[in-house]
Design a protein around this ligand. Structure first.
Ligand SMILES: CC(C)(COP(=O)(O)OP(=O)(O)OC[C@H]1O[C@@H](n2cnc3c(N)ncnc32)[C@H](O)[C@@H]1OP(=O)(O)O)[C@@H](O)C(=O)NCCC(=O)NCCS
Length: 199
């Protein structure tokens, strides 16, 4: 009988990560109130794959985020709470995706960010996401980082551009919107060698 070789699990990254103004740490069950407050806002979820969260939606999102501490295989994610002066201002995600071969660790990571509107316009998303990009390429053997967003989400596109990601594609009507229509997707990418060249 052929035995399937399972690649070794990747270690969890060392947290918290500190930047000039922010701390990136694991998400705790007690973060539910702060995350629930901004995720209940239609303004915040307008371009997210989910609508304003009710109690059940928040419970499911919190469960995934609290569990997101040590991604190892494609589909698993690292979730981070972003704190400024002790206040949770937003959250970040790194989802691991495709591997090169069946025994290889994941080689592509997808980034995501959601911030409370009252902390917008201060560079917090960019500053924390930049730290996550560094963590992603330092801790994981990734070849490529990418982000997918609604092309109308200009603040998010500007975060990608400030991170040095390249606008690689605009795909048409490939995303099932919450209102039953089809939406477009903008794809941004950053290769390891581009990140290294900029360090
Ligand atoms: C996407 C999102 C995180 C972007 O937030 P943001 O506040 O625009 O981004 P930043 O925190 O990086 O702030 C950047 C802005 O702060 C300004 N800024 C002010 N002070 C600054 C400082 N000290 N340092 C850096 N930037 C500063 C920048 O000029 C920039 O403004 P601009 O984009 O108008 O040029 C936010 O809009 C959001 O959470 N949206 C809802 C969720 C969402 O759509 N997520 C993405 C799904 S793909």
């Amino acid at each position: 009988m052929a035995t399937e070789l399972i690649p070794p699990a990747l270690p969890a990254p060392l947290l918290p990560v500190r930047t000039e103004r922010l701390m990136l740490r694991a998400v705790l069950p007690s973060d539910g109130a702060a995350i629930g407050a901004y995720c209940a806002s239609p303004e915040v979820t307008r371009y997210l794959p989910f609508g304003p969260l009710d109690a059940e939606g928040l419970r499911e999102r919190m469960e995934r985020m609290v569990a997101g501490t040590a991604p190892s295989v494609p589909g698993e994610m690292l979730s981070l709470a972003v704190e400024h002066e002790g206040v949770l201002v937003g959250d970040l995600m790194l989802r691991l995706a495709a591997r090169h071969g069946p025994q290889d660790p994941p080689a592509i990571g997808e980034l995501g960010w959601v911030f409370a509107p009252e902390y917008a316009g201060r560079g917090f998303a960019t500053e924390s996401a930049r730290a996550l990009v560094d963590l992603a390429f330092t801790h994981y053997p990734l070849h490529r980082l990418m982000a997918q967003l609604d092309p109308r989400n200009l603040p998010s596109a500007r975060v990608c551009e400030r991170l040095g990601m390249r606008h690689e594609a605009h795909t048409r009507e490939d995303f099932a919107e919450q209102d039953g229509t089809w939406g477009d997707t903008a794809v941004y990418g950053l290769l390891r060698r581009e990140w290294e060249a900029r360090r």
